[in-house]
Design a protein around this ligand. Structure first.
Ligand code: ADP
Length: 491
């Protein structure tokens, strides 16, 4: 087992990994940018090293600096978290050269699965169902029109190198095809340095259902059931739950075996997620994420397996601590991503200082966050500040508990997505489990109206609670009351 691990990330995921280290008796090393000098994770770590300017390209993406710190501090392994270098095969290659263990799959696997065309081809070979369409790059307009015709509209044009919901465009009729192709190609070239695009069938109102897989270096591969992440905005997940409300033991068996087959075929190691789109009883491989995901806690909550500790153990050469038959699911979990964004202004980022903070608690509530009272959220990174995760005996209890926990969550100073989550939890279609990836668009009006009401109510509540945040006000009020009482006595 390792004695020291460097965490090449920031925010809540850095703390999540360091928590696992602490439980395993492993020392943790933080690397941070100038902008994160006061961030919680730099204090939580046993050692912390500044590695550069706020811009990620000058700090969190600097493989050379990170490797230097690992060597200087004597860390034997690097955990990349998610985002930043997590799916950059270059980090693994450099680690190998320096005799440092990367906590994740092999670089060649990260590279293959990072390219949508390559991964689709591999999955087809592995016998995993893929979305109908091409599995090669298309640049000739006539060929594109022919392909789209044979698949049938609507189609989606995707950048092979795409990620994070960027480089995708839906096309409903032939007239739009060429323009959509050109624009996706140029987005892909500027965002990913690779203009290759391909075409596939656009599934209307699919559900996003993914499977957590875990593999060791001895050929053991298991899945840890499913998560549904259909509540998205601009292809970005906002609410996740486990298990999917439509899951049955038969469907789980079919999808779970496909996920395991996918991982086995490519010689996967460590934690990964196989994402599927589900539509009308059929499911199709979407992509594989070769890292720990934001939404991993909901799987931990229903299976009891600490995925990050398992990642560390497996990377140190140990066998998986459980077999497929040991994995059982208990109850239901939901996660809401709390972002510093204004949901009433088209989710505009809203960084700034947190002037009041109280996180929820009580039975079945977990908060994974990297913020604290008086913390200044820097504007340079993604806007997620915390994840609120709840567990319930069943889905209804989880929803009720999430509503209760959201009502307790107080974050002052910056606008957050809490009102959005309150509105989603109250939505009747959500409560019935009728989810699809366009849910937020479909119910936009109702959600917006509900949010307006919620924001007003929240403001009133905050005013009532103000004294707990600003004791001086309370003190002043009490002393005024005492003063008035004394005066009346004297009279
Ligand atoms: P990224 O890698 O950028 O996150 P994905 O390929 O994982 O992109 O797709 C993200 C989301 O885009 C999916 O969850 C789904 O909502 C939507 N999507 C992608 N492909 C299709 C498709 N063929 N039909 C319908 N929706 C799609």
């Amino acid at each position: 087992m390792f004695s020291k691990i460097l965490v090449a990330n920031r925010g809540e995921i850095a703390i999540r990994v360091m928590r696992a280290c602490r439980e395993l008796g492993i020392k943790s090393v933080a690397v941070y940018s100038e902008a994160d000098k006061n961030a919680l994770f730099t204090r939580y770590a046993d050692e912390a090293y500044e590695i550069g300017k706020p811009s990620p390209s000058q700090s969190y993406l600097r493989i050379d600096r990170i490797i230097d710190v690992a060597e200087e501090s004597g860390a034997e392994a690097i955990h990349p978290g998610y985002g930043f270098l997590a799916e950059n095969p270059g980090l693994g290659e450099e680690c190998e050269k320096h005799g440092i263990k990367l906590i994740g799959p092999k670089s060649s696997v990260i590279e293959a699965m990072g390219d949508k065309i390559t991964s689709k081809k591999l999955m087809k070979k592995a016998g995993v169902p893929v979305i109908p369409g091409t599995d090669k790059g298309v640049s000739d307009p006539d060929e594109a029109a022919e392909i789209a015709d044979s698949i049938g509209y609507p189609v989606i044009i995707k950048a092979s190198a795409g990620g994070g919901g960027i480089g995708m465009r839906t096309v409903y009729e032939e007239d739009e095809l060429i323009r959509a192709m050109e624009s996706t190609q140029s987005v892909a070239a500027s965002a990913f340095g690779d203009p290759t695009v391909y075409i596939e069938k656009y599934l209307e109102k699919p559900r996003h259902i993914e499977f957590q897989v875990m593999a060791d270096e001895h050929g053991n591969v298991i899945h840890l059931a499913d998560r549904e992440c259909s509540i998205q905005r601009r292809h970005q997940k906002l609410v996740e739950e486990a298990p999917s409300p439509i899951m049955t033991p038969e469907l789980r068996e079919r999808m779970g075996s496909a996920a395991v087959k996918a991982a086995e075929y490519i010689g996967y190691e460590n934690a990964g997620t196989v994402e599927f789109l589900y539509s009308n009883g059929d499911f199709y491989f979407l992509e594989m994420n070769t890292r720990i995901q934001v939404e991993h806690p909901i799987t931990e909550v229903i299976t009891g397996v600490d995925l990050v500790k398992e990642q560390i153990r497996v990377a140190s050469g140990e066998e998986l601590s459980c077999r497929q038959e040991d994995i059982t699911i208990r109850g239901h979990a939901i996660e809401c991503r709390i972002n510093a964004e204004d949901p009433l202004s088209d989710f505009a980022p809203n960084p700034g200082k947190i002037t009041g903070y109280r996180s929820p608690g009580g039975i079945g509530v977990r908060v994974d966050s990297g913020v604290y009272m008086n913390y200044e959220i820097p504007p340079f990174y993604d806007s997620m500040i915390s994840k609120l995760i709840v567990w319930g005996m069943d889905r209804q209890e989880a929803i009720n508990r999430m509503r209760r926990a959201l009502s307790e969550y107080i974050i002052l100073g910056v606008r957050t997505t809490i009102p959005f989550h309150k509105a989603i939890m109250k939505n009747e279609a959500f409560q019935r489990g009728e989810l699809h990836t366009h849910f937020v668009d479909e119910y936009r009006r109702g959600i917006d109206a509900e949010m307006q009401k919620i924001v007003k109510e929240d403001q009133e509540m905050v005013e009532r609670l103000h004294s707990t945040f600003l004791p001086s006000k309370k003190v002043a009020a009490i002393s005024a009351a005492i003063g008035a009482y004394m005066h009346s006595r004297r009279g």
